[in-house]
Design a protein around this ligand. Structure first.
Ligand code: 2P0
Length: 332
């Protein structure tokens, strides 16, 4: 099924008159139970459900403004991006899903305050902000679930970036994917902390989109991934309900390493780790042995995201002086 066909069923058929200017924000997110593998590449429908924590003030601020011009204008962090570049081309293709050829062109300005060097995907907050802005620009007033499903069509993990706090993305079973959306989990956990470590700024060789497809097609080990993810998601849900940090940390760390095991078992192999990644994992395990409650997660890159609680912050900052600490519930 095509994205445009799904979207057309949920928005008014006549292209509405756009507002003059809208501006929105969406947070970035880090998965504790990862999304890895699609059952539908066109709609970004996942093979497994996932669960994430949003990063509060870190994310994308996006404004949209209709312009009297022949072409859309895309700016990223105050710099103009050529429309032929993939960043702009993806945004323009996404805008086209919501408008006709004769509706006004748009100036899209996005500012990310995400440390992208730490391996945080900007596509998650970027597409979440874009659909929020589109919703306001055209005055659709879409339901959160519909908005999340539409964000997913831009980038899978964007479905989770429409909410603050803990978020679960349901895998869904429908062919049109409209039951594959993310939802806020109501739990607040003010002591919860994330630590971003930038170990290397080296560009990754294979992006997530191609990487997950390669894993799916070539790694026999991947067959066990949906079972692992389903079990981990339940454990994480109960750990969050019980505010059981050990269970949460252990489950998130094992989930990330299980995902990486399937990547490594692909052909050609997908090893996103650098020597610094392995050294840091060993350092974390040593710190844990010495009594510091510290766990980690990793995405499709070499960098490590630390998981801990406020009472361990001083010890973590001492061990990793360069860490950037995030309190996801700071404004709750
Ligand atoms: C996640 N990742 O759950 C997983 C863990 C990377 C590793 O979601 O193709 O940019 O746009 O749907 O969302 C990154 O993949 O992929 C991702 P597309 P996306 O956070």
């Amino acid at each position: 099924m095509k994205k445009s066909d799904v979207i057309q069923r949920y928005i008014p058929t006549k292209t509405p008159l756009p507002k003059e200017h809208v501006e929105v924000f969406a947070p970035s997110n880090i998965a504790l139970c990862k999304y890895w593998g699609k059952r539908d590449k066109e709609l970004n429908l996942p093979i497994n459900a996932s669960l994430s924590i949003s990063l509060g003030q870190l994310g994308s601020r996006t404004s949209l403004q209709p312009i009297d011009a022949a072409e859309d204008q895309v700016l990223l962090n105050d710099l103009s991006v050529d429309n032929s570049q993939s960043f702009a081309a993806k945004i323009i293709a996404y805008l086209d899903l919501f408008r006709t050829a004769d509706s006004p062109r748009i100036r899209v300005e996005t500012n990310n305050n995400i440390p992208t060097a730490a391996g945080l995907a900007s596509s998650a907050s970027g597409f979440a902000a874009l659909i929020k802005a589109i919703d306001q620009l055209y005055g659709y007033a879409l339901e959160p679930q519909v908005m999340s499903a539409f964000a997913r069509m831009g980038s899978g993990s964007a479905s989770r970036s429409l909410f603050d706090g803990f978020v679960q993305w349901h895998m869904g079973v429908r062919e049109d994917g409209m039951d594959s959306y993310a939802e806020l989990l109501p739990a607040q956990w003010p002591e919860f902390r994330l630590g971003l470590l930038t170990l290397t700024e080296a560009e990754k060789a294979v992006g997530s989109r191609a990487g997950m497809q390669r894993t799916l097609e070539t790694a026999h080990l991947y067959q066990s991934w949906p079972l692992q993810a389903a079990a981990d998601l339940e454990k994480l849900r109960s750990a969050i309900d019980d505010r059981d940090f050990h269970r949460l940390g252990q489950t998130a760390e094992q989930n990330a390493l299980s995902m990486h095991a399937t990547m490594i078992a692909s052909w050609p192999p997908l090893l996103y780790w650098q020597p610094e990644s392995v050294a840091t994992m060993q350092q974390i395990w040593q710190l844990r042995e010495s009594g510091i409650d510290l766990y980690f997660t990793m995405d499709a890159g070499p960098n490590i995201k630390l998981l801990f609680t406020a009472d361990q912050q001083q010890a973590v900052e001492q061990a990793f002086p360069e860490v950037q600490v995030i309190a996801p519930f700071a404004n709750a």
